[in-house]
Design a protein around this ligand. Structure first.
Ligand code: NAP
Length: 276
């Protein structure tokens, strides 16, 4: 029950109406009997500064930040974690008695979703498709785990920027073209573009370049055309729901200092998605 004492958390984004985060977090609070709630706030670009000020004014415990604010929100925070600083994006804010700390839990979410599938990136070659905000967190996570990164993006200059940002962390190369004989040697291919969200989107990579020995991970959820195609080829396929759950679990722990009930969070998400 929401009472006058209930602590507030939530998400700022635009659009935000499609967000699955309220379902995941509210179930976790309920399960642990924590007097918290999680709400979605549609925040326009020009209102971001006021919305962040409102976190202090309304004593909101913390919020997640999604598109298009993950980078610009940094300007309004008191401090950001080393990880968020490296990645250049914040997706979680903690209100510590009016002092706002920013974190990035996407890299952790991505790596954890691979680990639970038994995937170890140490000294492996990873092909990242895309060079947007999510790709940055993924590249950071892969390099921290000791993997070698190859990035391919429609706009090459954005991939070059990522290389510049992270080159001190490990091996990272930009590909100007994708070629089948090169892709053949890759251990894991990650789709970090937004392609796959819409039914008529082109595929981010030609599926004939892939074979059953390659692991395919698609952070676009729940199920893209290329996920279906790679399953048919016989690849091990990992979807984006794991990353979503684990980044949420990390944010939950930052706000509540309690261990997130991950299995419960997964269960409610699957229930919601199968009902839809
Ligand atoms: N599973 C999760 O927890 C999770 C977390 C974060 C994000 N995501 C998903 O990941 C996706 C990417 O998010 P983001 O924040 O990185 O978005 P973003 O910053 O807007 O980046 C989009 C990327 O997709 C590429 N792209 C878009 N349209 C394309 C096209 N027609 N052909 C080729 N490339 C195209 C862009 O290439 P250009 O640079 O050339 O424009 C860019 O690399 C979204 O679908 C998002 O929902 C999932």
């Amino acid at each position: 029950m929401i009472t006058a004492k209930t602590k507030i958390t939530g998400i700022f984004g635009d659009p935000v109406e499609h967000s699955l985060s309220p379902i995941i977090h509210n179930e976790a609070f309920r399960h642990l009997n924590l007097d918290y709630c999680y709400l979605a706030f549609n925040v326009k670009r020009e209102k971001l500064r006021e919305a962040v000020e409102a976190i202090r004014a309304l004593q909101i415990v913390g919020v997640n930040i999604t598109l298009p604010h993950k980078e610009s929100v940094i300007n309004y925070l008191d401090e950001i974690s080393d990880e968020a600083n490296y990645i250049g994006a914040v997706n979680t804010i903690l209100n510590d008695k009016g002092y706002l700390r920013g974190f990035n839990t996407d890299a952790f979410g991505f790596i954890q979703s691979l680990k639970e599938e038994g995937v170890n990136l140490q000294q492996k070659d990873i092909l990242v498709l895309g060079a947007g905000g999510a790709a940055k967190a993924i590249v950071y996570g892969v390099l921290k785990e000791g993997g070698n990164v190859y990035i391919y993006n429609r706009t090459i200059s954005k991939a070059e920027e990522i290389k510049k940002r992270f080159s001190t962390l490990g091996t990272i190369e930009v590909l100007k073209n994708l070629d089948k004989s090169f892709v053949k040697k890759i251990y894991l291919v990650v789709n970090a573009t937004s392609l796959g969200l819409k039914e008529n989107d082109p595929m981010p990579i030609n599926p004939t370049f892939l074979n059953k020995d390659i692991i395919y991970c698609d952070i676009v959820y729940p199920n893209t055309k290329l996920m279906k195609e790679t399953k048919r080829i016989g690849c091990k396929v990992i979807g984006g729901l794991g990353m979503l759950i684990w980044q949420a679990a990390n944010a939950f722990e930052i706000w509540t200092k309690q261990k997130a009930p991950v299995e419960r969070m997964k269960k409610i998400l699957n229930k919601f998605l199968t009902k839809r």
